[in-house]
Design a protein around this ligand. Structure first.
Ligand SMILES: [Zn+2]
Length: 291
């Protein structure tokens, strides 16, 4: 599909940059905004920063004086079968912007555009858990099926779309219920479920009642997208549980399992670490190809 008129200058530039990186000719890439990929590609997309976030709220037992500029991210999986999968959807509603005052903020849908896709081209979203900064943006992507653990959904949201556990924000509970009523939500039953070929979800991180993380098969090996089941590289490198978990021992075991699943240690990606964009600097502009 040729839709060059929809492209902003930035998206256009990144398409050219990506085509150069792939060894494609620029004119071929320009003929289509979302040229099919030949192999599964995984990206971290940054949509903002929570500056000076206390590390002790992320890493259990950390010094209370330490701070980190926590990265706000969603993750994109582009597949040769044409499905474009997001892991988590970020947030965009004014109440969260006002309360949390993110720096360098752009809507998660604009972060997707920076990676060369239109929001309507997202076909699936795997929600790791119901927190506002991971689930609020689900309705920015009009054509997406939403994949969430059945236990995560039913623990937090009742049949009328009301909050059953205040872990979820009421507007997000109502929004998820609307998506479910519209037939857009797929409930997943438990651990090690392959929701698409080569894309498998795992439970046990216990960040929330039934939080899940994702393994994506790629040419470089399985990439594990931990989301908040491991906030920072510090959790992973020291096997220290996240500060917010319902079960520290389970969280530590989940982190150990992530390394068994992953093709290499560098392919385990934590949920809020700004270092990701240093370790994986290309293509840039808040878009990091994981490989
Ligand atoms: Zn969370």
């Amino acid at each position: 599909m040729a839709r060059p008129s929809l492209m902003g200058a930035t998206a256009l530039w990144w398409t050219v940059a990506a085509s150069v990186a792939l060894g494609l000719s620029a004119p071929a890439a320009l003929s289509s905004q979302s040229a099919p990929v030949r192999t599964t590609e995984v990206y971290a997309l940054r949509y903002g920063t929570l500056r000076n976030f206390p590390v002790y709220a992320l890493v259990a037992g950390a010094d209370t004086a330490r701070r980190v500029d926590a990265a706000l991210m969603v993750w994109l999986v582009r597949r040769p079968d044409g499905r474009n999968v997001l892991v988590d959807a970020g947030f965009y509603r004014d109440k969260f912007i006002t309360q949390w005052k993110p720096a360098d903020y752009r809507k998660p849908s604009d972060a997707v555009k920076a990676a060369g896709l239109e929001p309507k081209e997202i076909t699936d979203i795997v929600v790791s858990h119901v927190h506002w900064d991971h689930a609020d943006g689900l309705d920015l992507f009009p054509n997406a099926r939403v994949w969430i653990q059945r236990a995560e959904y039913t623990h937090h949201i009742d049949s009328a779309g009301r909050v059953r556990d205040a872990t979820i924000d009421s507007v997000d509970a109502a929004m998820l219920a609307r998506l479910k009523d519209a037939g857009k939500v797929r409930l997943i039953d438990g651990d090690a479920q392959e929701v698409l070929p080569g894309l498998t979800v795992y439970t046990g991180g216990r960040h929330t009642f039934a939080s899940q993380y994702v393994g994506v098969r790629t040419a470089e090996g399985v990439v594990v997208l931990a989301s908040d089941n491991a906030y920072l590289y510090e959790n992973l490198s020291t096997r220290t549980p996240i500060a917010q978990t319902l079960d520290s021992a389970s969280n530590r075991r989940a982190q150990e399992r992530m390394f068994k699943l992953a093709g290499s240690p560098r392919l385990v990606i934590p949920g809020h670490d700004p270092e990701i964009f240093v370790l994986f600097p290309t293509p840039g502009n808040g878009v990091a190809r994981i490989r």
